[in-house]
Design a protein. Structure first.
Length: 179
């Protein structure tokens, strides 16, 4: 098992900065008067100065829980907060900004690398997963322009996810009854 390095991938940093500084995204936010709250991973805080936007505000990690109930859309690099959005039936976007980094396997612990690889090859299925900035921004703008309504693919995913959770819960209860 590999150790986590003391810093994050240069791809990750570069692509997060590109996302936050993207003119098309910032114009869409301004046009609809939408505020984008962004929580930087603690290892990225030293790069905050390179991230400028009138519509993007940085929040601390301890403020995330409060924001989840108020937010209309979540963008995450794959975190358990995605399940909060699924539970609330709100849209999310998974954006893996460093998925093209050739050294990614060496940068992160094996389990995290396996998740990224599984998302890329489809062995871990989640809807709304993106590996490049253009597709990510296009999907964010899609949600902005459609008042954050869940699209049909995400809706089908939520139905399937809910059904699987119900079946798993039912199977677990039946198993408990049998012992």
């Amino acid at each position: 098992m590999k150790n986590i390095t003391s810093d994050v991938s240069p791809y990750y940093i570069r692509n997060i900065i590109k996302l936050i500084n993207n003119n098309e995204l910032n114009m869409a936010l301004k046009k609809k008067n939408i505020t984008f709250y962004f929580s930087l991973h603690h290892m990225l805080s030293k790069y905050k100065e390179g991230m400028k936007s009138n519509k993007i505000y940085f929040i601390e990690q301890n403020e995330i829980s409060d924001c989840l109930t108020k937010t209309n859309l979540l963008i995450s690099d794959f975190s358990s907060v995605i399940f909060d959005m699924i539970y609330q039936k709100k849209p999310y976007i998974i954006y893996i900004p460093d998925s093209e980094d050739q050294d990614i396997k060496n940068l992160y612990i094996q389990g995290y690398y396996d998740i990224i690889n599984g998302l890329k090859n489809g062995s871990i299925y989640f809807e709304n997963k993106f590996f490049n900035i253009k597709e990510t921004i296009n999907k964010i703008i899609y949600y902005i322009n459609n008042n954050f309504l869940i699209d049909s693919n995400l809706s089908k995913f939520y139905e399937s996810f809910e059904l699987n959770c119900k079946n798993n819960t039912k199977n677990f209860i039946n198993y408990l009854k049998s012992i």
